[in-house]
Ligand binder design. Sequence first.
Ligand SMILES: [Zn+2]
Length: 150
Amino acid sequence: MQQTRKVHPVSDTAPAVWKPEIAEVLPPWGRPRLADALKRGLFGHCPACGRGKLFRGFLTPVQACSQCAAPLARIRADDLPPYFVILITGHIVVPLMLWYERAESPPTWLLSAIFVPLTLAMTMALLRPVKGAVVGLMVHLGHPKPEENA
Ligand SMILES: [Zn+2]
């Protein structure tokens, strides 16, 4: 049986494996695995290397990591961290409040006295680690781009 040679429909000299013209350029600080980047960011460490600090204030990232020079201040997390904080807090506080309301029928002032501080405490406790994890996710996804560093 004679084998037929597959011929590229356009050109006979086409390469066997297609490669994009623009190859991915790894930034000097590298691209960490997703789990590493999330965990490092969650604990306030540089998502790229895990050794430097991520924040210089409550939510302000350092200009660049002191260990690997990743330009962390250029990563724009924008509204994603508050979105996740609201999502998490709402899914905990609202069911608790509804359960307590049905179980005990407390007066409104008591519900407010319990659940308003609880909501504030949860949002303040979650905002920083969630922002760190979001920055970690963005570092894993390749932000900021190395060419932006020039
Ligand atoms: Zn670093």
